[in-house]
Design a protein around this ligand. Structure first.
Ligand SMILES: Cc1ncc(COP(=O)(O)O)c(C=O)c1O
Length: 275
């Protein structure tokens, strides 16, 4: 089933126009919400971020956010998942192709649910990461449908037998192609400040609260490639990747190449919150 504007319909019934601006320009924003044991996780936080992304691109939902929240719950009731996701997007709608905002277009909302098992094997063993130049635009704080820079980076990582690409601008490490990155160095976690160069991940914020609970110092401070390569522990965080250990970078081990102690404590704390 698909939530299509304000109706929940079968997939075959959805009609997306060939001139939908999401399709032609990537003119829209999206969210991916985790579902654990049939319940959405951090739903309000995702909807708050959606509101912010919408405001930043001067787009509005066709109804109040509270109505959207109820529609998403109805979608999940009609098409339940155990461990999965809700994907949703809002585009600037259908209009004759022209770059400027159309006066007549109405935003188009779509959402669906999907089973997605947790990445338990990678969470236990960790993944390899690949460093790549951050070629994206300068508004990475907006969860925009334009993901070409992220897509190319992820493919480059897979082509190098790695699970994630870590972006750098010059010397500074920003984030992953679909995740945020933290390093543990000199007894503290470091992560890039939440400015225009990264997406302020919902998992990033949740994990920072876990760090505080566990009395692990954490600083939102830019760090360099050399710091990453000399870190004791490295993790990436995201809605689907949770607290994912990075055990090697371009083939070189992080620390002793094993999942670190602080990473394990964070994973255990995360597990307690979702179970
Ligand atoms: C570029 C980028 N950074 C960070 C994240 C992590 O965000 P969240 O924890 O909200 O999933 C994502 C998630 O897809 C992403 O695409």
């Amino acid at each position: 089933m698909i939530l299509w504007n304000d109706r929940i319909v079968k997939r075959e019934e959805v009609q997306i126009d060939i001139e939908d601006r999401g399709y032609q320009f990537g003119d829209g924003v999206y969210e991916v919400i985790r579902v654990y044991h049939g319940k959405p996780f951090q739903l309000d936080e995702h909807l708050e971020r959606l509101e912010r992304s919408l405001n930043e691109i001067r787009l509005a939902l066709p109804y109040p956010m509270e109505d959207f929240k109820h529609l998403l719950q109805q979608l999940l009731d009609k098409d339940p998942v155990t461990d999965g996701i809700i994907y949703l997007q809002v585009t600037r709608g259908n209009a004759l192709r022209s770059h400027a905002f159309p006066s007549e277009a109405k935003s188009v909302v779509t959402a669906y649910t999907r089973e997605m098992p947790r990445p338990t094997k990678s969470l236990a063993e960790g993944i390899g990461a690949h460093l790549t130049n951050d070629i994206r635009w300068l508004r990475c704080d907006i969860k925009s449908l334009n993901l070409l820079g992220n897509v190319l980076a992820k493919q480059e990582a897979l082509d190098n037998d790695c699970g994630e690409a870590l972006f750098h601008r010059g010397d500074i490490v920003t984030e992953g192609s679909s995740s945020n990155v933290f390093i543990k160095k000199d007894g503290a976690w470091l992560t890039h400040p939440a400015n225009h160069l990264i997406l302020n991940g919902i998992t990033r914020r949740f994990v920072m609260r876990l760090m505080a609970d566990l009395e692990m110092p954490v600083k939102e401070e830019a760090f360099k490639i050399a710091d990453l390569l000399n870190a004791d522990e490295v993790i990436i965080t995201s809605t689907t990747q949770e607290v994912m250990p990075v055990v090697s970078i371009d083939g070189e081990p992080v620390g002793n190449g094993e999942v670190g102690e602080w990473t394990r404590s964070l994973q255990n704390a995360f597990e307690r919150h979702i179970s």
